[in-house]
Design a protein around this ligand. Sequence first.
Ligand code: GDP
Ligand code: CA
Length: 315
Amino acid sequence: MRITVLVGGVGGARFLQGVRTLPCDVTAIVNTGDDVALHGLQICPDLDSVMYTLGGAADDERGWGRQGETWAVSRELADYGAEAPWFSLGDKDIATHLIRTQMLNAGYGLSSVTKALCQRWEPGVEMLPMSDDRVETHVLVDDDGTQRAIHFQEWWVRHRGELAAQRFIFTGAAESQPAPGVLSAIATADVVLIAPSNPVVSIAPILAVPGIREALRNGKAPVIGVSGIIDKAVVRGMADKCLTSIGVEVSAQGVGELYGARSADGLLDAWLVDTTDDGVEVPGVAVHSCPLWMSSPEATRKIVEAGLETVGIRP
Ligand code: GDP
Ligand code: CA
């Protein structure tokens, strides 16, 4: 059986830790809207979160980057007054960015580069960036009465999401193409899962790549979404700030409606919410509740199995 999963970074990686325990071929389509070029390096935070987590090398306590990381290069850069001192890059992490950038400069696509990096990490799932083209999420903010667009990382990391966001813009998305393998991973899937990742800045950029939303809507595979909002709160991160700024209620109901039913121009056949959110109704969508805390790969596997059951699939 083939399972294709749409994911962002940390939440997506945790979800995949559960999905990959099933006896299935798993393909992850990963958000690259968070990507940023700094110090001449191409940095892909969500791809790396997934790769390090599934490769057993992520720092779970800090929530991002590598275990046993050191910060000598970042400190040196700061002492030179280099750009973006608010974005820390670990020494081990920098090695990944050096290899990636070198390969990109040599003409390889991001999907090929990702595959090469994964030879070391053996994530146990096929990891595909949503696109080989550069797509960057920018945030339109109101900065003391002046409107300006800043890179998502500047909004998220430097300002901790505290500048009121008016809009998220996926720069380059309209001209981008799905990475090789993305459309066929959707077309040949037996089921597509939308991880409980941030709907606004992790899942929406993937859906903004022309062709992906259509492939999901027209594919034979049922699409099952999992809520990252439990009892009207985010489990971690700042999805609440993102949802509020696009006028969507921070709730399993709000996000379910945002994705919408396949039968009504949306995406979902089924929507999984936490037991505390029992009673959510999205017209045209089979809503099912079960505990959604991803406390261990086994707990997450149960979430996935519950999702598959709603559409009558047994792995
Ligand atoms: P990021 O790119 O690193 O921000 O990570 P993602 O976008 O993939 O995931 C972030 C989302 O995962 C947040 O909105 C969280 O609410 C959600 N999340 C994190 N842990 C859990 C969990 O245990 N259960 C559920 N249902 N959602 C979670
Ligand atoms: Ca992310």
